[in-house]
Every structure is written in structure tokens, then in C-alpha cells.
Design a protein. Sequence first.
Length: 232
Amino acid sequence: MKLKYILTILFIGVSFQLLAQKAIKDTIFILKDTVDGHVQTIFIDDNRESLLYEEISHFEFQHFDKISYNNSMDYFKEHNITLTKAKPVIPLTNWVTLKQYKGQYYVYHPCDFLFHFQQSINDTTFIDWTGEGPVANKIIEQRKINSGTYKFLLTGINDHNRSLIIHILNKKKGIAIFEEKVGERRTVYLMIAANKIRRVPIIVNHCPKQKQFELEFDAIDLTTNKMKGHIK
């Protein structure tokens, strides 16, 4: 096991220990339970200096990330797809999923990072950071539609003909709706710019010994005009 990986594990363990001490008096508990002899605690951390924000907005490759990323890059080589270099048209390039719980907005530190999702844009690729690792997509086309709307045409190992429109609802808070289409499939989800996530509290699902259930969040009506009026 590499030293960097060991240090990462130690960092997570220490941060949870420190955070747990603070949680006793400064946080709102959603759940405190023991399942099959293993503790699970879900709480709202309103400490904007929490180290856990860094864990859910980490865009540097670890060892296993490189394996996943290189696999997606091999797809381009095998199909003679050449990446082109261009400056991203959108000013915010790193994104993290934004959740709603009982009408309030939060970022979420899951029990199992298989359920965590990020996206990032650089000068050659659009990257989906999934629970199984980052996946690169070629940016076929990108354009600014207006001051708050950006469109990307993408292709990659998972989706060959993918359209993504980013509707920025609030530039100051960095909140946006991502509207994605692949064939007849349409997916809409809410994201927040990674450099803005400390503007909202973080919900932490702490399950140190065993993977347990994830918190169920509100279903949101992501109609663009409705959301623009709602997020101020």
C-alpha cells in the first residue's frame, strides 16, 4: 500500500474524530443508531471550516483514479478519437452534487463514496467523477448560449452522443441545473461549484465500521425558471 494512500486513510480517520468531538455540541443529529452492532450517525455540520468539505470536492487523482481515467482514455485511442485543446467557455469548472433535505440545501458526505458524484471540465476533457473513478469524455463542441447558459456536446466510453446544458441559477452561490440528454434519455440534476460549497452546510453520514444506508433526500422540481425564482 502506498504511503500517500495510507496518509489519506489516516487523514480521514483523524478528521472524523475531530469532527465527532465538535458534533456533540454544534451539530443537528438526523440519526444516531446501531445496526448489527455497528454505529451509524447522520448529522448536519454547520462548521464551514470542516475538513469534510475537502473530501467531497477532491479533484486530484489517486492510484485507482488513474486506472479508471486511463481506461476511458484508451477508448479514444482504440477508436482513433483525437482530443482537442481549448479553454473552457464556462467560468466554473469543478462541480459537486447539491442536495435538498426538508426544504434546505446541503452538500453530502455519504456513507459509501460509491454514491458520490462530481464533474470537472479542463482544456481537453469533461470528467465524470463517479464512485468507481473518473471517466474522461471528449468535448466535441462547447458554446456559451448566454451569460448563464452553456452547452457541451460530448462523447466517451459510456455515452457516445451526449448533450449537456448547464443553467447557472445563481453565480454568487455557484448553483446550477445540469440538463443531460443521451438519445431519448433525459437526466436533470442540481450541482454547486466546488469553490462555493462552504456556503451551504454539509450533511455527514458517518458509518466507520460497516457500509449502511444512505440518507433519502427531497425530490426537487428542477424546472429552470421555477428554480431561478427559488434560489436567490
